[in-house]
Design a protein around this ligand. Structure first.
Ligand SMILES: Nc1nc2c(ncn2[C@@H]2O[C@H](COP(=O)(O)OP(=O)(O)OP(=O)(O)O)[C@@H](O)[C@H]2O)c(=O)[nH]1
Ligand SMILES: [Mg+2]
Length: 365
């Protein structure tokens, strides 16, 4: 599962990437050229349940869920019409969800590609590039299907053609595919095209250090809310620079810093959790003396498939899943007490695993 960070030049993508992945990639007040390296890193998903379970079990190892994150360089106004577009859009296509960073911080030392900081206009400009890229793809694909149909060899493509026509109408109105409704079947028909304006999106407003929670920030957020109305996007504000500094501090110093700022946890944690949910992912947990661990699965995964996440042997030899909800476990205080309270269930192969289930698989190989 992969998150892609996009945004206009100098919006703070690499800064945010560093905060998310705790890396220290160079950031600069001048834009990177198109074709510069994309950065790839791993994001650990903060999970208070894992923290708590580790306190209880004192395991040798604690493992959080993680997702891959890519800092995609080279987005700009007009990119969808440029020769270098493939270098950017291939990377966006490959992402499962998008974090769209929008600059709101005013800093004369950091050039803005259009000379002026205007978050709503910037967001709209970038969204339009996504739409244009998909429009071109739809037109090319439709043309190819029409040609095949003319030659009498495209019968099986007719379903796809109908969905593409629906997409075309939407894109021609300069609207993203994200806010169209598609049936499962329609989604499958166009799935391989990996439309970028269809990807779930988190919009992150990057505000100046002294603009966190300010009236100006609220106003800009309202503007963005307006722009994204009905577009199924989640909108946040944070200061990427502060988040990056926080991510580079030792835990105790970071906590002091947070207390100074009057915030409970880094804004980054919420962004990561939201992105994780946006990807359609949930975690089930395993807990013992060896390891406390969160395992990533898609929503609606069966117990037997979840077992396969841990090891193919456990999937093959699956007998039963011993399951207790995280809250039930905490309320009871221990596995033995949860059993006494009757909150530990034995589930079969087809049980649909829920977020926060603590599972002990019984298997036989
Ligand atoms: N004042 C201020 N500066 C920031 C903030 N976030 C990023 N910057 C600065 O803006 C400049 C650009 O940040 P980057 O993270 O390199 O931006 P980018 O989007 O990766 O830029 P490109 O890769 O060139 O497109 C750097 O000098 C950052 O230090 C912020 O929240 N406040
Ligand atoms: Mg960068």
């Amino acid at each position: 599962m992969k998150l892609g960070i996009i945004g206009l030049p100098n919006s703070g993508k690499t800064t945010l990437f560093n905060a998310l992945t705790r890396q220290d990639v160079e950031t600069a007040p001048y834009p990177n050229p198109i074709g510069a390296d994309h950065h790839v890193g791993v994001v650990h998903v903060p999970d208070p349940r894992i923290d708590r379970l580790s306190e209880i079990h004192r395991p040798r190892k604690t493992t959080y869920a993680d997702v891959t994150c890519v800092d995609i360089t080279g987005f700009s106004r007009g990119i969808s019409a440029s020769k270098q577009k493939a270098a950017v859009f291939n990377e966006v296509r490959d992402a499962d969800a998008i974090i769209h960073l929008v600059r709101a911080f005013a800093d004369p030392a950091v050039t803005h590609p259009d000379g002026e900081v205007d978050p709503a206009a910037d967001a709209a400009a970038l969204e339009l590039e996504l739409v244009f890229s998909d429009l071109e793809l739809v037109e090319t694909r439709l043309e190819r299907i029409e040609n095949s149909v003319k030659k009498g060899i495209g019968k099986e493509l007719e379903g796809e053609r109908e969905v593409l026509k629906k997409c075309l109408a939407q894109l021609e109105e300069e609207k993203p595919l994200r806010n169209l409704d598609f049936s499962e079947e329609e989604r499958t028909l166009i799935g391989s095209l990996q439309f970028v304006s269809l990807k779930p999106e988190l919009v992150v407003l990057n505000v100046g250090e002294d603009e966190i929670g300010s009236a100006d920030t609220d106003e800009t957020l309202a503007q963005l809310d307006d722009f994204y109305r009905g577009k199924d996007a989640h909108i946040f504000s944070l200061s990427a620079r502060i988040e990056m500094e926080l991510s580079q501090l030792p835990v105790d110093e970071a906590q002091l810093f947070l207390a100074d700022l009057g915030i409970g946890e880094p804004a980054m944690n919420r962004v990561i959790r939201e992105a994780y949910a946006l990807l359609g992912l949930i975690s089930f947990l395993t807990a013992g003396e060896d390891e406390v661990r969160a395992w990533t699965i898609r929503k609606d995964t069966t117990a037997v498939r979840a077992a396969g996440k841990i090891h193919s042997d456990i999937e093959r030899g699956f007998i039963r899943a011993e399951v207790t909800g995280y809250d039930d476990f905490i309320a009871a205080g221990s596995m033995a007490k949860a059993r006494d309270a009757g909150t530990v269930r034995l589930e079969g192969k087809e049980y649909i695993v829920r977020d926060g289930d603590i599972i002990n698989f019984r298997f036989n190989v």
